[in-house]
Ligand binder design. Sequence first.
Ligand code: WTA
Length: 640
Amino acid sequence: MPAAKKPGNAKPKKFNGEVYYPAEDVLARANLRDWEKTARRADKDFVGFWEQEATQLEWFKPWKKTLDDGKAPFYKWFVGGKLNIVHNCIERHLETPRKNKLALIWESEDGKQDRSFSFHALNREVSRMASIIHALGVKKGDRVTIYMGRIPEIIFAMLACAKIGAVHSVVFGGFSVPALRGRVQDSESKLVITCDGGYQNGKLIELKRITDEAVAQCPGVENVLVVRRTGHAVPFQPGRDHWYHEMLESPVAKDRFPTQPMDAEDPLFILYTSGSTGRPKAILHTHGGYMVGTYTTLKYVFDIKDEDRYWCAADPGWITGHSYIVYGPLLNGATSFLYEGGPTFPNPGRWWQLIERYGITILYTAPTAVRGLMRFGEDWPEQYDLSSLRLLGSVGEPINPEAWRWYYRVIGKGKTPIMDTWWQTETGMFMITPTPVVPLKPGSGTRPFFGQRAEILDETGKPVKDGDEGYLVLTRPWPSMLRTIYGDAELYKRQYWSKYPGKYMTGDSARRDEDGYYWIIGRVDDVINVSGHRLGTAEIESALITHPAVAESAAIGLPHEVKGQAVHCFVLLKPEHSASEQLAEELRQHVATVIGGIARPEEVAFVDKLPKTRSGKIMRRVLKARAQGLPEGDLSTLED
Ligand code: WTA
């Protein structure tokens, strides 16, 4: 596309490096044309910016104070306001012509089924699910664990919880028994919603059996609600287990059900994510701020219009799915597409076929998927008509410029800007991101979103020079920020706000270039980013140690062509065990069984010794350098 490198922007500003300026037609149709002006205005008065956005949504009672920072870092937003996010996702649209517009389109992995729901129909489905979980004793404030595949009911379940004021905790359907059990126990869920099974690459995933095993040790779980997806035989425990389709036929199911008014600061959901210490942490988000943050960011960044067909190809079980499959699109009244399967089954043309079939206009996915599909060459996408696409998105890890260019050229045909959105489970919304009118540089998320400020600091808290690497921190509160770690407010303070008091520590390192563009380098803590999924080294090491042969272990992330990073483990065996390829395979499988398939190590190496500091901490940095043949750096703290 010839317009790509030519400055088509009204702004005369020249940017350095490989730059893709927005084409005239992109500028002409953008909801928000003047990025610089909006950014200046929001920077001057970020509270005012968010306040103005919040007034575009419906509140049962207006808030008294937009931002309360009196007890920082326990920030509060829209204090005193009453609302329910579901009212804004669904009911708000029923009074408008959007009532009969499609909210959700779904296709099964085998391509034999599709289902679609207007906003009107979605309201009915969510009301029915809400009335059913209410009948099962779920009340405002109760936690509900959702462990399902990618089918419409996972969305109904999340919205049904929010509608009645319950707190959902979605556990990704790829997690194993112990991972699910730990999350159900930690959240003290009363109800688990699951499916009989799910499909993944043609294989049946035994969601119900996994749930049974996990829940067997969760005495707090009173009921299990089971959605029938596969129809294969599964064990059923009368009294505790309930078929969703049977309850739909019963008198408790109601097509209309009241939406609970919530305080802006009432919890909406918790979502577990890995950090540098120990077990996964339950990140807590609230009704008011999270709603305003996801609504606003999706509107500006993906430039949502009523005629769009938007597809975020993540899983609802991750934050990307929460914010940008479920809440953000519905808040904007968008038509969203949900696909049950993955990108390469039954063949690597599947996604491109879906784009043609449904006329997808916006595709939002992860670099690992782009790299994975790129391997199969251009012939696959070329068999399909991808001309409906007008915007592309990337999330989860830095996108390599090579993958960026392929995505832009082969999928976007050189006419679709790529929104590289940097954010986290904790931030709830895009934090460093372009909008379609911003000049792009492959591999950079460009600049902070309206009203945000980011700094790059050295160890002592001083800003580094442009071009130098440092710790990425955020210096202003934002509405959809996490409020705490559920059940551990101290850890919340320590983990995010203690290194540089008053500043939010992201856990990432980054550099900023001379144009003020941010380039994320990666995690600086003990988190491994596998295909955009966060795994703590501590979780993997704790999993290994539960195997009878393992005395001690260390896990690190090493570069991987498709996954971005892959897990590599070093294992010290107990004296009576000896190393073998068979044991290595057994340990790889063991980690997958304890955590889930995404954590399966690429390699397990047996060692006699692990490099440690004199205080006994494993120096993963040294293992990493050794494995890559890089200089080992400062070894002064090594024990010998
Ligand atoms: C990484 C996912 C570079 C980063 C939304 C962050 C990214 C972690 C990008 C959060 C991006 C996410 N460019 N790195 N566009 N997006 N990351 O909580 O290291 O699963 O800290 O949230 O993913 O992962 P999480």
